[in-house]
Design a protein around this ligand. Structure first.
Ligand code: NAP
Ligand code: HSE
Length: 437
């Protein structure tokens, strides 16, 4: 017996899937009870060099050889993007094929339509690789932690940006060089803007939120800020203050008002926080549940084999389902019905802040700035003044605040910009020590 598998895409992830299925045939058959067979793989250019050489005849440019092919019960979408991936996935489900996808952009934007189509057609759609690469966080939330009221789920969800931030902080690599390296290693999206501008991590946060709370937020509910505005200077100040900078994704159910709070932005984390030690392409997810307490999962967040590990895990489970007589019983997101939950506007979310001002070095500057902050009820936790620009005579004044609603900080900054002491636009980064575990 064997299960035929069709691939849509044979790039970084597709080649990894082919490598595991081809080289680990004996291991996989011992686990499943029969073999997986790659039948066809759809690509744009069959002549291109591949990281794992496909057997002759595997590659095709004709999607009909996979989508809707009655000999292929399992379709694996690893081509990325919205179209034609969306149409192929929908057609496969309607044709009676189960689907595995690693495409978080697709699920975060068209998830409702795709999950409903799967349900209506009694087919599975599995997507373990769509969030945090090799880390089995989808199954953990859907099954292992199903007994919990989840209070928060947060972490580092993008391998490319974590690789860049680690290289910049630890080796002083330039942003452009670190990004180029991440692309060479197969971590980045086809358009790396999705990584560095935070959209890819936001797609993953949408899916984690759905699994954790049964609420599928829109991307518009999440204010997204990437890492392109970070400067080498901020890594140095962060280090001097005992922090590291990470692109943090947070989905939190506020116990006070019951509203969902999202954060997708660079943040200073205390050096001894568990997430601070998550370096390079590694990702991590922390889940806080009422019964389980704090759970910490970490592993490679991108790359050929780590991602293929998650995809093949899904294929194995689907192969078992495809060969059983009973139809799927578990909803794709682990909830029978999705709820509507209030989302807190970003301006109301409280956070501490790192503020780096460039100011004239003269008496009264600190008191003027602290006066503006005080007027908006923003309390100062730490101040450092370091470094002089010999050309302008400006100095850097770094202030760490205590927690304040974002709208108060925004109003204070409007006022601060009106002071004649500022010589450049202030730099603002959140400080997340409230999540400490
Ligand atoms: P990739 O290296 O760019 O590979 C994409 C593959 O899809 C290529 O083989 C390409 O064909 C094929 N393809 C794209 N558009 C096509 C079209 N219109 N018609 C036919 N074939 C098409 O991408 P990847 O890094 O493997 O990522 C694939 C998916 O996995 C994406 O959704 C991504 O977000 C997700 N993912 C990636 C990683 C990672 O570490 N890379 C991790 C987790 C999830 P050609 O080769 O002929 O161009
Ligand atoms: N580009 C993504 C990342 C791939 O770097 O995390 C994994 O989803």
């Amino acid at each position: 017996m064997q299960t035929n598998v069709g691939l849509l895409g044979y790039g970084t992830v597709g080649a990894g899937v082919a490598k595991i299925i081809s080289l680990e045939d004996s291991l996989l058959s011992q686990k499943i009870g029969w073999s997986l067979k790659l039948s066809k793989a759809v690509v744009r250019d069959p002549e291109k060099h591949r990281a794992f050489t496909p057997p002759p005849g595997l590659l095709t440019t004709n999607p009909d050889e996979v989508v809707g092919n009655p000999d292929i019960p399992v379709v694996v979408e690893v081509m990325g993007g919205i179209e034609p991936a969306r149409s192929f996935v929908l057609k496969a489900l309607r044709s009676g094929q189960h689907v595995v996808t690693a495409n978080k952009a697709l699920l975060a934007t068209h998830g409702r339509e795709i999950f409903e189509t799967a349900l209506q057609n009694k087919k599975e759609i599995f997507f373990e690789a769509a969030v945090a690469g090799a880390i089995p966080v989808i199954r953990t939330l859907k099954e292992g932690l199903a007994a919990n009221r989840i209070q928060s789920v947060f972490g580092i969800l993008n391998g490319t940006t974590n690789y860049i931030l680690t290289s910049m902080a630890q080796e002083g690599t330039s942003f452009a060089d670190a990004l180029g390296e991440a692309q060479k290693l197969g971590y980045a999206e086809a358009d790396p803007a999705a990584d560095v501008e935070g959209t890819d991590a936001a797609h993953k946060l949408v899916l984690l939120t759905a699994l954790a709370y049964g609420v599928l937020p829109g991307l518009g509910d999440i204010r997204v800020e990437g890492i392109t505005g970070l400067e080498a200077l901020d890594f140095k100040f962060a280090r001097a203050l005992g922090y590291v900078i990470k692109l943090l994704a947070v989905s939190n159910l506020n116990p006070g008002d019951g509203r969902l709070e999202f954060l997708l932005a660079p943040a200073l984390l205390p050096r001894d926080h568990l997430l601070a030690g998550v370096s390079g392409v590694m990702n991590a997810v922390m889940v806080r549940g009422h019964a389980c307490g704090d759970i910490f999962l970490s592993g490679a967040g991108a790359g050929m084999l780590p991602t293929a590990s998650a995809v093949v895990g899904d294929i194995i489970e689907i192969a078992r389902i495809a060969h059983s007589d009973s139809p799927p019983t578990k909803p794709s997101l682990g909830w029978q019905n999705l709820k509507d939950e209030a989302v807190k506007p970003a301006g109301d979310i409280r956070s501490s802040y790192y503020l780096r001002f460039s100011v004239h070095d003269r008496p009264g500057v600190l008191s003027a700035l602290s006066g503006v902050l005080a007027k908006h009820d923003i309390s100062i936790a730490q101040v450092i003044q370091k470094g002089v620009n010999p050309e302008t005579g400006s100095v850097f004044l770094v202030i760490l605040t205590h927690a304040t609603p974002e709208k108060e900080l925004t109003a204070a900054l409007v006022e601060a910009r009106g002071l004649d002491t500022l010589t450049a636009e202030p730099k603002v980064i959140r400080v997340e020590d409230f999540l400490a575990v």
